[in-house]
Unconditional design. Structure first.
Length: 183
């Protein structure tokens, strides 16, 4: 190392140390700490406008309401426990509703209507060779490919040129749909 580099290094180190000493000596917080007094938190030098204070109060009020609304929305009972509930007292029913209830009780129970079955409306062939089936179910058209699910009930197992095989997830059966040929 040359003498010139050595002298330069000493001068840089001396400059850094002297700037640190000057800056720490002029810091009023450190002067108070040296005197044994705790440093006081700096008070803001400005006041918030009245509108800002009102907005902060409104935000705090609405935050409180949101917490109480969340507590009110909590379930009152455990949906996964099957304990018996307390018996309720029957309420007085107005005469018109009582008549309608008596008529409904006297009427024979109707058999539940079966869900409408899906029907195959068409089959399309894309340029990539993938077949797409057009299935009508509950008044809606579904454009499906293999392994797609229709209305969370039917899974498309196979699509061919003349028909589609659907797997009924709820019943575990296979439903075969074919195109109706026009003569």
């Amino acid at each position: 190392m040359t003498a010139r580099a050595f002298t330069g290094g000493w001068l840089v180190a001396a400059a850094v140390l002297s700037s640190w000493a000057v800056s720490s000596a002029s810091d009023p917080r450190q002067d108070r700490a040296r005197e044994g007094r705790a440093a006081e938190p700096a008070a803001p030098s400005y006041r918030l406008p009245a509108l800002s204070v009102e907005v902060d109060a409104e935000v705090a009020r609405l935050a409180g309401r949101a917490q109480t609304a969340a507590l009110d929305a909590a379930p009152k009972r455990n949906l996964f426990s099957f304990a018996a509930t307390a018996a309720r007292e029957p309420r007085a029913v107005p005469p018109r509703a009582a008549d309608a209830k008596a008529r409904a009780d006297a009427a024979p129970l109707a058999a539940p209507q079966p869900a409408p079955a899906p029907s195959l409306s068409g089959i399309a062939d894309t340029r990539a060779g993938v077949l797409t089936a057009v299935i009508s179910f509950r008044g809606e058209l579904h454009y499906v490919k293999k392994d797609d699910v229709i209305a969370a009930r039917y899974r498309v197992d196979a699509i061919s040129v003349d028909g589609v095989e659907l797997f009924d997830v709820s019943l575990g059966t296979i439903l075969r749909l074919s195109l109706q040929r026009l003569s």
